[in-house]
Design a protein around this ligand. Structure first.
Ligand SMILES: Nc1ncnc2c1ncn2[C@@H]1O[C@H](COP(=O)(O)OP(=O)(O)OP(=O)(O)O)[C@@H](O)[C@H]1O
Ligand SMILES: [Mg+2]
Length: 256
């Protein structure tokens, strides 16, 4: 069953068409990779799905319901949460408080939402605190709970960004370049983290330039170029596709 559907989505910024008649589906439980060279329109697609931008044309359906024009907070409550390409944290707050704040946006659906219902007898704030604890533990960052966000190394800031998104209880998690700026070890840890999140039943849309990570993680991949979907297929199919290799030629990033 499809969880999310984009139907003939176009987004124009003045005279620039950032997304051109884009249609795709995300199936429940899958990791869908969304790739393409710089400026292809990946973040724009993200922003429309998460309600930051409204499409110029077209419709977005989540669980069969039209969510095209809903605002970010309503979309988050329905179960779609995102991280940002550049980490946005409450920098002067602790790790714990960042996630706690995220919990206040809580959707009551899926595994993450259920933590609220199952993890304690106390009501209200107590439950939120327990949910925060569980998320920190799940992501292996409970030991740095009292560190201020601004003092964290880059890799941990990215994980905290994910923790905040999970706190809102997503059924669909949108990740925008979670591996950016990470070394090999951090990248491999992030791959494992994303696998664990999916194993809890959370569907994932992954935008990422690290091809090794995208190829290992994704069940399917969609390739954008100049706002147009050029290829959709299994990682192995995408990897050998001439149109994809060409789209990346002469760009800064390698398609390897
Ligand atoms: N708010 C905006 N106003 C005007 N143009 C924009 C805006 N946001 C994006 N664009 C343009 O839309 C196109 C797609 O940008 P987008 O950020 O979606 O690409 P991307 O695939 O995420 O690239 P990257 O890999 O560099 O993150 C680019 O030409 C970009 O300059
Ligand atoms: Mg982007």
């Amino acid at each position: 069953m499809n969880l999310l559907e984009l139907k003939n989505i176009t987004k124009q910024f003045g005279g620039l068409t950032a997304i051109n008649n884009l249609s795709f589906e995300i199936n429940e439980g899958e990791i869908l990779g969304l790739i393409g060279p710089n400026g292809a329109g990946k973040t724009t697609a993200f922003n429309m799905i998460s309600g930051v931008l409204t499409p110029t044309k077209g419709k977005i359906y989540f669980k069969g319901e039209d969510v095209t024009k809903l605002k970010t907070n309503i979309i988050a409550q329905r179960g779609i949460c995102r991280t940002f390409q550049l980490t946005t944290l409450f920098k002067s707050y602790s790790v714990f408080d960042n996630v706690l704040i995220g919990c206040h946006l809580s959707a009551k659906t899926g595994f993450w939402g259920n933590l609220l219902n199952t993890s304690g007898v106390r009501k209200g704030e107590g439950k939120t605190q327990e949910k925060t604890e569980e998320i920190l533990k799940f992501l292996g960052i409970e030991e740095i709970r009292n560190e201020l966000a601004k003092n964290l190394p880059h890799g941990y800031q990215r994980i905290l960004g994910i923790a905040i998104a999970l706190a809102a209880g997503p059924e669909l998690l949108l990740l925008d370049e979670p591996m950016t700026g990470m070394n090999n070890t951090e990248t491999n840890d992030m791959i494992e983290t994303i696998r664990k999140i999916r194993a809890k039943g959370t569907t994932i849309l992954l935008v990422e330039h690290d091809m090794k990570a995208v190829m290992t993680l994704s069940d399917r991949i969609i390739v954008l170029n100049n706002g147009v979907k050029i290829v959709e297929g299994l990682p192995a199919e995408v990897k050998d596709n001439n149109a994809v290799i060409e789209a990346y030629l002469g760009r800064e990033q390698d398609f390897t």
